[in-house]
Design a protein around this ligand. Structure first.
Ligand SMILES: Cc1cc2nc3c(=O)[nH]c(=O)nc-3n(C[C@H](O)[C@H](O)[C@H](O)COP(=O)(O)O)c2cc1C
Ligand code: PXP
Length: 199
């Protein structure tokens, strides 16, 4: 029997199962998810970020807090995420509110990154204009020199967010565009209510 015929009362285990199944496929970036944010005039923008695990039941990702998305999240913390796995014909849509992770969590994740990516986080003023690739390379070389004898510390403007899920939809592609959909909505008392949706 499909999970859609016997849905769990809460969605997190189901989400974890689909993430695990996507990871097993040896895709290039199985944890890539689209992140949509809005500015103060409700203009939307979206881009791909990587899912980096859960904080309790919240979804974590990491970025530059001064980036375009970071500036938007500061003013408007509601955001939407979307995973799509072609090979599984599966989509997961998530809506919720983002908060910055505690510094200790960002420190721990930053310390686990490749050294080159750590240096890049210092060298890049993400989302700002730059006149040439050479300018970027020079900024990177400067950071290489600066940290030549040391571990690379986390830039204060680089860290994580956790998105607290208010709505999540599981979508399984089926023949004739007659897909399976199940949405979970968090109620005021924190309990989940789920409903099957028409394709
Ligand atoms: C597969 C993939 C994964 C990415 N993961 C991240 C990520 O985890 N964090 C991040 O800041 N940017 C990531 N990026 C780059 C973003 O898509 C984006 O270019 C960058 O964050 C700047 O977005 P912004 O100007 O809207 O803030 C990724 C891009 C791709 C294609
Ligand atoms: C600019 C940027 N930041 C962060 C990431 C997340 O990757 P990681 O933390 O695994 O290096 C990516 C992945 O493409 C990225 O492009």
């Amino acid at each position: 029997m499909s999970t859609f015929d016997n849905p769990p009362s809460a969605p997190i285990e189901w989400l974890q199962t689909w993430l695990d199944e996507a990871t097993k496929l040896s895709l290039n970036e199985p944890m890539a998810m689209n992140l949509a944010t809005a500015d103060e005039q409700n203009r939307l923008s979206s881009r791909i970020v990587l899912f980096k695990g859960f904080k309790h039941e919240d979804i974590c990702f990491f970025t530059n807090y001064n980036s375009r998305k970071g500036v938007q999240l500061e003013k408007c913390p509601t955001a939407a995420l979307c995973f799509w796995w072609d090979e599984l014909m599966r989509q997961i849509r998530i809506e919720g509110v983002c908060h910055k992770l505690p510094n200790e969590d960002s420190d721990a994740y930053f310390a686990s990154r490749a050294r080159g990516s750590q240096l890049g986080a210092w060298a890049s003023q993400q989302s700002q204009a730059v006149d040439s690739r050479q300018t970027l390379e020079a900024a990177y070389a400067e950071q290489e020199q600066r940290f030549a004898q040391a571990d690379v510390s986390r830039p204060p403007h680089w860290g994580g967010y956790h998105l607290s899920i208010s709505r999540i939809e599981f979508w399984q592609g089926r023949d004739h565009r007659f897909h399976d959909r199940m949405v979970y909505i968090r109620q005021a008392d924190k309990q989940w209510q789920h409903q099957r949706l028409q394709p």
